[in-house]
Design a protein around this ligand. Structure first.
Ligand code: MF3
Ligand code: CO
Ligand code: CO
Length: 305
């Protein structure tokens, strides 16, 4: 019987657990619980009723009044993320995490922004192991050794706060721990690159330099975004260096930075559910996200406790 740390039988030179055992451990689509209800008294974004987000014009630079509301929504998102993450343990299902997130949003008088956003069926995104982003909570139990990203967005006081983090489930292998650490650092370096008068390409350059320097890949197909009264505005924030991106950051702009970093390929496949994005090689990936506002000095992170 081949042991986890033996060289794989296929001759790849990789340990069996990283190669063909890993192949059998891949995340599979699970069963979804019925859609969760939101009390009628809670104000909801326009797409909540239709399942279709129709993009409206929205200024990239926000007024101090909008920024103040975004501070409250951002803080609430950070609280909901912390409360949901506290329940992470081997054996809990991602649907149970969704229930916690859903209740925590409502408790704060907020609407869980993912729910019915372009038809997304749940209140939280749960992205496990090789899932890059937009994983749908289902009946899969977290198992010892998993990494799981929880992406929380709340609509509160007419604005969205969007934040995510990747967590370790039990005892996680060294490479995955390094991946998670480097991804967290990549977000921090991206935030440190925010400065009025500088091009948006500075952010991706800082992130790509760090992630590739550590031997990891940077996902191109999903980017950070402008945010405010709408979940996603047309402002794009790539996490790789895009020299043609000459748009300048301005004081009062609000957007997310949310690098997705991979152990192997940065290309993705989409599951048949139309949401779940996985790495093409099914190797692991991690993500961290904050919503921030550009200040005179740099950036103020809005999704903080
Ligand atoms: N929160 C994600 C982001 O960071 C978007 C999730 S869209 C959903 O942009 F529909 F999947 F919820
Ligand atoms: Co986002
Ligand atoms: Co998000």
């Amino acid at each position: 019987m081949l042991k986890a740390n033996d060289p794989c039988w296929c001759g790849s030179g990789r340990k069996f657990k990283r190669c063909h055992k890993a192949a059998t451990d891949r995340v599979r689509p699970g069963r979804l619980s019925p859609m969760r209800a939101v009390p009628a008294a809670i104000p909801r974004p326009p797409y909540a009723a239709t399942g279709e987000a129709v993009r409206q014009p929205e200024a990239a630079v926000k007024s101090p009044e909008v920024i103040e509301r975004m501070r409250r929504a951002g803080r609430a998102a950070a609280e909901v993320l912390a409360e949901t993450a506290a329940a992470i343990a081997p054996g809990i299902t991602t649907d149970e995490l969704d229930a916690i997130c859903h209740a925590a949003c409502i408790e704060r008088g907020g609407y869980p922004s993912p729910l019915n956003y372009n038809g997304f069926p749940k209140s939280l995104c749960t992205s496990v192991n090789e899932v890059i982003c937009h994983g749908i909570p289902d009946d899969r139990e977290l198992v010892d050794g998993d990494i799981v990203n929880l992406d929380v967005t709340i609509y509160l006081d007419g604005v969205h706060g969007d934040t995510n983090a990747t967590f370790l489930v039990g005892a996680v292998d060294e490479q995955s721990r390094r991946l998670v650490e480097v991804t967290r650092e990549s977000l921090e370096l991206g935030i440190a690159a925010v400065r009025p008068g500088r091009p948006f390409s500075d952010i991706g350059r800082a992130i790509q330099t760090h992630a590739e320097g550590a031997g990891f890949g940077v996902v191109r197909s999903f980017v950070g975004h402008g945010i405010g009264e709408q979940f996603h505005t047309d402002l794009h924030v790539p996490h790789y260096y895009e020299p043609r991106l000459t748009t300048l950051m301005e004081e009062g702009m609000t957007f997310t930075i949310e690098p997705m970093i991979t152990v192997g390929s940065y290309e993705h496949d989409l599951w048949d559910d139309g949401w779940t994005a996985v790495t093409v090689d099914r190797r692991r990936t991690a993500q961290f996200e904050h919503t921030l506002v550009v200040t005179a000095a740099g950036a103020e992170v809005l999704t903080q406790l």
